[in-house]
Design a protein around this ligand. Structure first.
Ligand code: HEM
Length: 509
């Protein structure tokens, strides 16, 4: 008898759960069919398909300005039309100011206070405080720290000349070294020491490989109630505590010895000292939250971008040779890799912009409607609390905006061509006031297609330094173990090849 009651109860729960699956139909919105309890992303949830392919598949299947989907049982509106995207991201930004991501202050105060998860006025105040940290002048002050890591990267290649490297592993070491130096003021020596403790911490911090961890991250975006019920933390607890201790020790050391290093810690510390507003204080928790989020946001994003750039250069030797020629010319003209020399490398910038088109790390952007919002064009009311998905991967591969999209073609970003890019179709760093802070300031309300301002930003600079140091003296080549075409690992949150990216490195005279 108990068994029958239990079955009835479970059936009732199932009925309640699936009731939402009528939501888009009732609003007359075309819908990607949901399946069982997983919704429209069942093959992603079951790890049969990478999110990148699924987002492109949904984008390509429809031609309407928007499409309704369900992620588990959460209705989500996928917006395809650039005109509507402009409204959501910029024009009516106030109505879509927040990301739909769970953050619980009592369980995970650090994640709660990061720019990424902050909401409404909390976010406005934080962003206003932190934006000045990323001006080109301040980033230029960090350039000597980046060059030190560039030299270590070059030495790493020299030691392995003629051999095969796994590019993701090497670029991650480089990115962790730079971000440790610029965000935490410490030398992590990942490139010099295979057993570096910080490298292990960086991997552990946002390691979403295990099924449980990847489901828990899914909950942050799509099942926020479970985050509260199970008291989940976004980053690995032990790794965050370790980094917090490093951060506190560094700050205390500097206070004692009045050391100035012009890195992010110095800048965040100055912000705290000069935080005078009575309604918003930039306290220790907020300061630590930013340092930690720069550390986690900064290392995987830049290292994966550099990895994909190297991969494409190995497959396209003509592009690689042209880039090397530019790097050598600028190096010779300045006698060194100065900040100015790197900024003058226009083709390098074009290669990176194309890398970020073909491999957009953030496959989709995410927003939440903070109040009911009616679309003038169709009369559809987007209800308060609805999750909005902006399918960056779909837009970047749309033939209409980027002809022959599978081709790696840096010419799309030449001076002549970049002005033809339709606004809100190229968004590797997002767009609008919530655009990635790692590249922003002047471009806050502009479309990213104005690539001139990109060169001065942190993430691009870190990637440029790596490619300049490597390619001046080394060629990267495809080997028998290089996977072509790329086979994305469906278990990885970011884009990554299943078997890594193996490349031969050969010294070029
Ligand atoms: C190639 C490297 C990078 C890529 C492709 C990238 C991409 C992105 C994207 C797509 C967003 C969401 C924007 C939106 O919703 O409109 C974002 C947000 C953010 N990124 Fe990056 N990022 C990169 C590097 C960095 C670095 C190096 C840092 C810090 C040092 C950083 C810090 C942040 C922060 C704090 C946010 C949240 C901004 C806010 O909500 O106000 N990112 N990034």
């Amino acid at each position: 008898m108990i068994f029958v009651y239990l079955c009835c109860f479970l059936l009732f729960l199932y009925y309640l759960y699936r009731k939402n699956y009528k939501y888009w139909e009732s609003k007359g919105v075309l819908t990607e069919k949901p399946f069982f309890i997983f919704g429209s992303f069942y093959d992603v949830a079951l790890r049969r398909k990478h999110l990148f392919h699924k987002v492109r598949e949904i984008y390509d299947k429809f031609s309407t300005p928007y499409v309704g989907i369900y992620i588990f049982n959460q209705p989500t509106l996928v917006i395809r039309s650039p005109e509507l995207l402009k409204k959501v991201l910029v024009k009516d930004f106030d109505k879509f100011i927040n990301r739909k991501v769970a953050a619980n202050e009592s369980v995970d105060p650090v994640f709660f206070h990061t720019l990424f998860s902050a909401k409404n006025d909390n976010w406005r105040n934080l962003r206003a405080k932190i934006s000045p940290v990323f001006t080109s002048g301040k980033i230029k002050l960090m350039f000597p720290l980046m060059k030190e890591c560039g030299t270590d990267l070059l030495n790493y290649f020299k030691k392995r000349s003629g051999g095969v490297i796994e590019a993701r592993n090497v670029t991650k070491k480089y990115a962790v070294d730079i971000i440790s130096s610029c965000a935490f003021g410490i030398n992590s020596y990942c490139l010099k020491d295979d057993n570096s403790e910080i490298m292990q911490i960086a991997t552990q911090l946002v390691d979403f490989k295990s099924f449980i961890r990847s489901i828990s991250i899914f909950c942050f975006f799509f099942m926020p109630k479970l985050v509260d019920i199970f008291r989940l933390t976004f980053a690995d607890k032990k790794a965050s505590e370790y980094l917090m201790n490093v951060f506190k020790t560094t700050i205390n050391e500097r206070r004692k010895k009045t050391i100035v290093r012009n890195d992010l810690i110095d800048m965040l510390h100055n912000l705290k000292e000069n935080s005078s507003s009575s309604d918003f204080t930039f306290d220790d928790v907020k300061m630590a939250a930013q340092a930690l989020s720069f550390f986690s946001a900064g290392n995987d994003t830049t290292s994966i971008t550099i990895t994909f750039a190297l991969y494409e250069l190995a497959l396209n030797t003509d592009i690689q040779n042209r880039l090397r020629e530019e790097i050598r010319k600028r190096y010779e003209a300045h006698g060194d890799f100065t900040y100015e020399a790197i900024q003058e490398m226009k083709y390098l910038e074009m290669v990176l912009c194309e890398t970020l088109r073909k491999y957009p790390l953030t496959i989709f952007l995410n927003r939440e409607a903070v109040s009911n919002y009616t679309l003038e064009e169709s009369g559809l009311t987007i209800d308060k609390g609805t999750s909005i998905m902006i399918p960056v991967a779909g837009l970047h591969f749309d033939e209409e905006y980027f002809p022959n999209p599978e081709k790696f073609d840096p010419e799309r970003f030449s001076d002549e061509n970049k002005s033809k890019i339709v606004p809100y179709t190229y968004m590797p760093f997002g767009d609008g006031p919530r655009i990635c802070i790692g590249m922003t300031f002047m471009s806050l309300y502009k479309s990213i297609t104005n690539v001139d301002v990109l060169g001065q930003r942190f993430a691009m600079l870190v990637s440029k330094v790596a490619l300049a140091y490597i390619l001046k003296d080394f060629a990267v080549e495809k080997t028998d173990s290089t996977t072509v075409p790329m086979q994305l690992d469906p278990g990885a949150i970011f884009l990554m090849n299943k078997n890594g990216v193996n490349l031969r490195v050969v010294e070029v005279k």
